[in-house]
Design a protein around this ligand. Structure first.
Ligand SMILES: Nc1ncnc2c1ncn2[C@@H]1O[C@H](COP(=O)(O)OP(=O)(O)OP(=O)(O)O)[C@@H](O)[C@H]1O
Length: 255
């Protein structure tokens, strides 16, 4: 069983190829990190996997069914996206915003149930937002808004989590806690995570598989131990990267 599979995937944007012949297979329980320099195409690829950007060639399957064949509501039960930034065009409370995560699970015109509200309140608590339920989203700090986006995704409870720069706006403890929570939740539910990251050390901590996008259509992918090293990272960023070890852990630093 695979949650996500691409075959011969090619992605272009603005006439530029950012990925070619990508064969990606994401199985339940896996956590994939996508790394690359600014503009390499990480967000564009994530949007393509979510069905928000059309591929130039190749196929994408979610749970062994062609992406385009999924009805939108059913697809939103399978796939949840944490965008790089959240827009709040309308006034809403924190609880109302978290409850948006239940929409894929409701029928047309159906109101959220007590169970839906319980799920949303629990997700808010998991994101450290207990006590914020009645606040207008427009009054939240950048990090609080990011935690609310995590809570909305946890309320949605999809099988495949596609996260674009999830550590944006978060302080160090919240980066670790929220990614631990989300990866654990995905694993418990037979799900998987694919996330773009700039922080190589977060990738080293959470990923079991890594996809490196070189920005010119080339890529490397594989298990973390095989792909996340000084040689690959120096080539990826065009800048020397060194690996230091201490207390049985390693850290990647720019030289
Ligand atoms: N609508 C568009 N038209 C033309 N080019 C675009 C468009 N959207 C994005 N691009 C370009 O496509 C490239 C890939 O953008 P993308 O946002 O996917 O990169 P990224 O790897 O996520 O970058 P970053 O690390 O800076 O967030 C960039 O060079 C960007 O300028």
């Amino acid at each position: 069983m695979t949650l996500l599979a691409t075959r011969g995937l090619a992605v272009t944007i603005g006439g530029r190829g950012i990925c070619q012949a990508l064969d990606l297979t994401v199985a339940p329980g896996e956590c994939w990190c996508v790394l690359g320099a600014n503009g390499a195409g990480k967000t564009t690829l994530l949007h393509t996997l979510a069905g928000l950007h059309a591929p130039a060639a190749g196929t994408i399957e979610v749970a062994q069914r062609g992406l385009a064949l999924w009805p939108r509501r059913a697809l939103a039960q399978q796939v949840g996206v944490l965008p790089q930034d959240s827009l709040d065009p309308f006034p809403a409370t924190v609880l109302e915003t978290a409850l948006i995560g239940r929409h894929p699970w409701l029928r047309a015109w159906q109101w959220e149930s007590r169970e839906d509200e319980r799920r949303a309140r629990r997700a808010l608590a998991d994101a450290g937002l207990t006590g914020f339920e009645g606040r207008d989203v427009g009054t939240l700090s950048g990090g609080e808004r990011r935690r609310l986006a995590f809570a909305t995704l946890l309320t949605q409870a999809p099988r495949l989590y596609l996260l674009d720069e999830p550590s944006n706006h978060l302080d160090l403890p919240h980066q670790v806690r929220l990614l631990e929570l989300l990866c654990a939740r995905a694993r418990e539910q037979g799900g998987a995570v694919v996330m773009t990251l700039h922080d190589v050390n977060l990738a080293d901590r959470f990923a079991d598989h890594v996809l490196l996008l070189h920005g010119d259509g080339r890529h490397d992918l594989g298990r973390r131990e095989a792909v996340l090293d000084e040689t690959h990272l120096t080539r990826l960023y065009g800048y020397p990267v060194r690996c230091l070890s201490a207390d049985g852990r390693r850290a990647f630093l720019p030289a």
